[in-house]
Design a protein around this ligand. Structure first.
Ligand SMILES: *Cc1c(COP(=O)(O)O)cnc(C)c1O
Length: 219
């Protein structure tokens, strides 16, 4: 099936309130253009350098989402254009995004990444870290970032029961945060293998790569 057909098939499945991030990491600009021509405008990348090159080459109405782990010293390269940073996993990183956004007179939307996986390989904050950040005085004073929600990745496993449990725990943190911060409306959870379940559990934004663009080839 073509990229366009894959995309249309997924969009048919998505409820209206769920946004689709087309995860285009490692894929050539021509693949992104095929999705773009089919109407897709939100693309997700996990490397700042690759995202910046694609931003320079591709139409300017694309919204670029940084979905990967972010190194603080690279934030400056994307501050001019990034639309949403999914992987904010420390206060130091949030502060850096704020600082670089200010240089471009922007307010950058961010998601705080929560560690929901039972495996310990993935980045993210736990519930205590999250509460510490959002209740701190310094957080209230950051004028160039806007925390609009949470992001999480489930454990890489075939155990659907475990994945569902992890999604439920993220949804519950999301509901708690929403009641405290009015800007919070995005729950980024679900990838190619688990997005239907993620939507059942309350996701409002799915990040789908291989089901749109095909398997990735890492050299
Ligand atoms: C690569 C990636 C995805 C997409 O994964 P697929 O299984 O190809 O859909 C989603 N989220 C993050 C954070 C990723 O790095």
């Amino acid at each position: 099936m073509s990229i366009k057909e894959n995309l249309e098939g997924i969009l048919r499945d998505l409820p209206e309130q769920v946004a689709l991030v087309a995860v285009s990491k490692t894929k050539p600009a021509s693949d992104l253009m095929e999705a773009y021509d089919a109407g897709q405008r939100i693309f997700g990348e996990n490397k700042i350098q690759e995202m910046t090159q694609k931003w320079e080459a591709l139409p300017k109405d694309i919204q670029w989402h940084m979905i990967g782990h972010v190194q603080r010293n690279k934030v400056k390269h994307m501050a001019e254009f990034v639309a949403l940073v999914h992987g904010v996993d420390s206060f130091r990183l949030l502060r850096e995004v704020d600082k670089q956004a200010q240089k471009h007179h922007r307010v950058i939307d961010c998601l705080l990444q929560i560690h929901i996986a039972e495996e310990d390989t993935k980045f993210g904050l736990d519930e205590l870290d999250l509460n510490d950040i959002v209740s701190s005085e310094e957080f209230q004073q950051l004028k160039h970032v806007r925390v609009v929600g949470l992001m999480g990745m489930a454990t890489f496993t075939d155990d659907r029961v475990q994945i569902r449990r992890e999604f439920k725990s993220l949804k519950s943190l999301f509901d708690g945060l929403k009641s405290k911060i009015p800007d919070v409306s995005i729950l980024s959870m679900g990838m190619s293998g688990d997005y239907k379940m993620a939507i059942e559990e309350g996701s409002t934004m799915v990040r789908i790569g291989s089901s749109i663009f095909g398997a990735r080839n890492y050299h």
